[in-house]
Design a protein around this ligand. Sequence first.
Ligand code: ATP
Ligand code: MG
Length: 354
Amino acid sequence: MSTLWVLGAGQLGAMLKQAGTPLGLDVRPVDIEATEALPLQADDIVTAEREEWPETVATKQLATHKNFVNLATFPQLADRLTQKQWLDRLELATAPWFPVEQDSTADYAYQTLGERVLMKRRRGGYDGKGQYWLKQAEKSEIPDDWKGQAIAEQAINFDEEVSLVGVRGKDGKKYFYPLTLNLHINGILYASISPLKRLDQYQSTAEVMLSKLMDALDYVGVMAMECFRVGDELLINELAPRVHNSGHWTQAGSNVCQFENHVRAVTGLPLVEAEIKNQSMMVNLIGVDLDYQWLNIKSLELYWYKKDVRPGRKVGHLNFCTGNLEVLHSALNSLAMPAPYPEAITWLKANLPA
Ligand code: ATP
Ligand code: MG
């Protein structure tokens, strides 16, 4: 059996490895700073846990392998400018935007997009980093180092945020998980819920949107689409050509989780419709210390990433899956965590099915 190499050795790489193990696959996440020669074989397969990477000894070896799945897609989606251009070309609804050029002005932004405009750096942003609000009321201007480096987006007054995680095989067949409801606080994902009956009405629309993209890119593997729901409409916020935080609940809530689906797809193993179990919710662990007392909580599954804890840093997540909603509510009551968790817990309680 060939080896599946993963460019990147963070938590997503670790969870891809974990998912590949019962399948008898040798999945090897590679630290992008590794300097040794990798024993890559011609029939090995390469995937990535991140959409962009610096050129290093390790990434050069992986990126020149002929079986790097989706290699051409990564730069297209990693740059928000080309990602937005793809959405426009495919006529997929997204927040109105324009590229921030050297001669762009804040006045132009306010005239075309309204009084609140969100600039996003073309590259490298995540968890709300790489964002800059322009507010007409505060007479904000575009800083010089954002010119030529960003896109400007209309502030969307969304009802809620949902995401769709799908997988596409080499034969073009696609499968999707139910839509996930997401809570972001300060641009970072705190909590997710899936499935939710009330989101079923948007499922097929969302699937058509993501299908169009995956087909146009001839994409193989798991892709995530983050959306704003505005009334009955879905606007695409952004795309991730990889396994995604909003799909972590599938580790508990589906017989085939997103990590296994990605591994299956890129190695050419069979894909099937996943069985969704009961009710799932996920709570990200952001800037909080590991607390093994969490393991006393019924239906809880802990994923700790073994990273140094820093404010605002994702260091783990908690999955919950059960058919008993009372268990979920009592789990939430047991989670004593600092601000802004009370807000996330209130949101979860309010959005879980009654
Ligand atoms: P990720 O970690 O998911 O890659 P990110 O930092 O790259 O996130 P986005 O997903 O674009 O960036 O934005 C993060 C969050 O900021 C969104 O989930 C949403 O809550 C908010 N946001 C983004 N764009 C807009 C917008 N145009 N209007 C209002 N809120 C927005
Ligand atoms: Mg996002």
